[in-house]
Write a protein that binds this ligand. Structure first.
Ligand SMILES: Cc1cc2nc3c(=O)[nH]c(=O)nc-3n(C[C@H](O)[C@H](O)[C@H](O)COP(=O)(O)OP(=O)(O)OC[C@H]3O[C@@H](n4cnc5c(N)ncnc54)[C@H](O)[C@@H]3O)c2cc1C
Length: 305
């Protein structure tokens, strides 16, 4: 039986693994790959050596430590978690897509989020070449460039506000009516922002990097607009389905955690983007992963022998 099983090999899972290993615990990381979304890179034409915060160094360090310890990881996907009693103690059984079962005294869920896709021609080939799903991460790269944001919710409005401080022009393509809010009104007054409500992006064009989008209005009229970046800000889907019946989730499906990364189920901890913690960034996920490992260690110390 393991002390801790960590599900997910992104920044949160890797940091949790590094801290658990330092505590000499029996640890297993279950993940199809190591690095998670920290493996994404953004490339733009004419952009050399622009500093932005990727957390690359710290993720690489944690990843290489785990790559070396092959007894502490399996390249599998967790498909089910069952609370069980093992040797008289509360435990969890994790079933994987390979048909394996692993038993543990505590769990850290660090499965991240999936950004909602646009599903338009040009999307696949422009990911990381002008198409981004994270304005928090990439807005600073668009200094004096033209960019489009796609989305109708709070996430899209916040992205427009951030981009408008650096980009020369921002076009918000909002498929649905925008909610009335102070932020919506503020954006409406910004001189370099154009709002296209009830319109859709139908295609992303590129010449190596994004260079234009085709927008369709409610009457089917189309126009091609030059931009060097597209931010798909339709929303994030947390990968919390594994623990959906076991722990409390918020209305969007994020795992609710307290300030020690504890969920509502004793022995199950969660960290990183999949939780309701604010800020989807590598450095935040790393810190939360480290905290979850320390909290799980504390939980194990307090368990009856
Ligand atoms: C396109 C893009 C660019 C970004 N750029 C930056 C940036 O420049 N700087 C920055 O700070 N942040 C950036 N971010 C945000 C940052 O990548 C995330 O905040 C961070 O990776 C979250 O870490 P995480 O460990 O919580 O989740 P993730 O990195 O998403 O990792 C989740 C892990 O869980 C695994 N997993 C999922 N389901 C299962 C399962 N059922 N069983 C086993 N394993 C599973 C996945 O394979 C993966 O290993 C970017 C995000 C995106 C989408």
């Amino acid at each position: 039986m393991y002390d801790i099983i960590i599900i997910g090999g992104g920044p949160a899972g890797l940091a949790a693994a590094a801290y658990s290993l330092r505590k000499r615990l029996e640890v297993l990381v279950i993940a199809p790959e190591l690095g998670g979304k920290a493996n994404y890179r953004m490339h733009l034409s004419g952009l050399e050596g622009f500093e932005h915060i990727t957390g690359e160094e710290i993720v690489r360090k944690f990843r290489s430590q785990l790559q070396y310890l092959d007894f502490a990881r399996v390249r599998e996907e967790a498909v089910k978690i069952e609370p069980v009693v093992n040797e008289g103690r509360d435990a969890f059984k994790v079933l994987t897509s390979n048909g394996n079962a692993y038993v543990t005294r505590s769990l850290i869920v660090a499965t991240g989020v999936e950004p909602m896709r646009l599903h338009v021609p040009g999307e696949e080939s422009t990911m990381g070449r002008g198409l981004s799903y994270s304005a928090v991460s990439h807005a600073p790269l668009f200094w004096e460039r033209e960019a489009a944001v796609v989305g109708s919710g709070d996430l899209a409005l916040r992205s427009v506000a951030e981009l408008a401080t650096v980009a020369s022009r921002v076009i918000l393509v909002a498929p649905k009516p925008l909610p009335d809010s102070p932020l919506r009104r503020r954006i409406g007054e910004m001189k370099n922002v154009t709002i296209l409500e009830g319109q859709f992006v139908k295609q992303i064009h590129a010449n190596g990097y994004v260079n234009a989008i085709t927008i369709e209005d409610a009457n089917g009229g189309r126009q091609e607009v030059p931009v060097s970046g597209v931010f798909a800000e339709l929303g994030l889907t947390p990968r919390s389905e594994l623990v959906a019946g076991l722990v409390d989730l918020d209305e969007e499906g994020f795992i609710i955690v307290d300030d020690r990364c504890r969920t509502s189920h004793p022995g199950i901890f969660a960290a990183g983007d999949v939780t309701d913690t604010f800020g989807e960034q590598v450095l935040i996920a790393t810190g939360e992963g480290a905290k979850a490992a320390l909290a799980a260690y504390d939980y194990l110390l307090g368990m009856e022998e």
